[in-house]
Design a protein around this ligand. Structure first.
Ligand SMILES: [Ca+2]
Ligand SMILES: [Ca+2]
Ligand SMILES: [Ca+2]
Ligand SMILES: [Ca+2]
Length: 276
C-alpha cells in the first residue's frame, strides 16, 4: 500500500529459507536487500497560535518541511521541489481582523514553495498600527490539503491563528468632562434642588460595560458631613457597551440657614474602574 506517512529510507531483507524436496540453496544467492526510498515530506506550520501587538510591524509565520515536531530530526524526502497553497481567513465582524485594513499579506503568490533541501519558508504579514480602539482580533492562515504538489503531505498544525492583541485603549478612558476641571461648578442652592451638570465622558474605545466609583468631599475646613448639603456623597457610575458619556446626578439640600459659598471636590476613584 502507498502510505501518506512521512518515512525515511526503509530497508528490508528477503531471504530464501526452509528448502524442501532435496534442492540446495546457493549461499551467494539466497537473499536480496529491498529499499523503499524515503518519501512523503511532511509540511506544517511551526505553531498553531501566535499573539502579536498591533505595533509589531512585519511578522513572519514559519512553514516547515521535514519536521514532525519542533526541532525534531528531519524525515521524508527532500531532494525534489514541493509546494502547497494557502488561504487567509479574516473578516470584519467583532473579533475578526480585516484583511488590507488590520493586516496585509506581503506575499505575491498564495503558494508556499520548498526547493530541494529547503526546510523552512517564512510567510510575511504586516500588522497595521491604526489609531482605532480595538478588542483582540484574529485571522487564520490555512494550508490547503488538495493543493499539495510533489512528494509531500500535510500534517498538523495545518493552520495558524494570528491574534492581534487589544489596542488603543479599547475600553476607553474615563474623565470628568473638561470644563469643571478648569473652573469650579457653581450651584445656587436656592434655585436648584437637583443638579446633573457634571458629565463624565468615556474617550477612546467603548467596548464592554465599565464602571467607576466616585466620592465628594469638602474642600474647606468645614467639618460637617457632606450630606448636610448634597447627596449622595458617593456612588458608582456605569457605562454600557457603546456609551460615551453619562451625567452625575446630585440632590442639593435646600436649608434655611444663611451660608457662605461651600466648596466640594469630586473624585473618580481610579482603582475602582471595573471592566476593560
Ligand atoms: Ca479591526
Ligand atoms: Ca487594527
Ligand atoms: Ca494603534
Ligand atoms: Ca487599533
Amino acid at each position: 500500500p502507498i502510505s501518506q506517512i512521512p518515512e525515511d529510507d526503509e530497508v528490508f531483507t528477503v531471504k530464501l529459507t526452509g528448502v524442501a524436496g532435496g534442492a540446495l540453496l546457493n549461499p551467494n544467492g539466497s537473499s536480496v536487500e529491498l529499499k523503499i526510498r524515503r518519501n512523503d515530506s511532511p509540511l506544517r506550520f511551526s505553531l498553531s497560535l501566535v499573539a502579536v501587538a498591533e505595533n509589531a510591524g512585519v511578522i513572519s509565520l514559519t512553514v516547515t518541511r521535514g519536521s514532525l515536531a519542533d526541532h525534531g530530526r528531519l524525515v521524508g524526502s527532500d531532494d525534489t521541489e514541493v509546494s502547497v497553497d494557502y488561504v487567509v481567513v479574516g473578516g470584519d465582524g467583532a473579533g475578526s481582523a480585516t484583511p488590507a485594513v488590520d493586516f496585509v499579506d506581503l506575499q505575491t503568490v498564495y503558494t508556499v514553495t520548498f526547493p530541494p533541501r529547503v526546510y523552512e519558508v517564512q510567510l510575511l504579514f504586516r500588522v497595521n498600527d491604526d489609531k482605532v480602539p480595538e478588542i483582540a482580533e484574529s485571522f487564520q492562515v490555512v494550508l490547503m490539503e488538495e493543493t499539495v504538489r510533489g512528494d509531500a503531505v500535510l500534517i498538523p498544525p495545518k493552520a495558524i491563528l494570528v491574534t492581534i492583541e487589544p489596542n488603543d485603549k479599547p475600553h476607553g478612558v474615563l474623565s470628568i468632562s473638561s470644563s469643571p476641571l478648569t473652573q469650579p461648578i457653581s450651584i445656587n442652592e436656592d434655585v436648584t434642588d437637583r443638579f446633573d451638570g457634571i458629565s463624565i465622558v468615556r474617550n477612546g474605545g467603548n467596548y464592554g460595560d465599565v464602571s467607576v466609583n466616585w466620592t465628594i468631599s469638602r474642600n474647606s475646613s468645614d467639618r460637617s458631613p457632606v450630606s448636610d448639603d448634597l447627596s449622595p456623597e458617593r456612588g458608582t457610575l456605569r457605562f454600557r457597551a457603546g456609551q460615551m458619556s453619562t451625567a452625575l446626578l446630585l440632590n442639593i439640600t435646600a436649608d434655611k440657614l444663611p451660608e457662605e459659598a461651600e466648596a466640594f471636590v469630586l473624585r473618580l476613584l481610579p482603582d475602582t474602574v471595573q471592566g476593560g
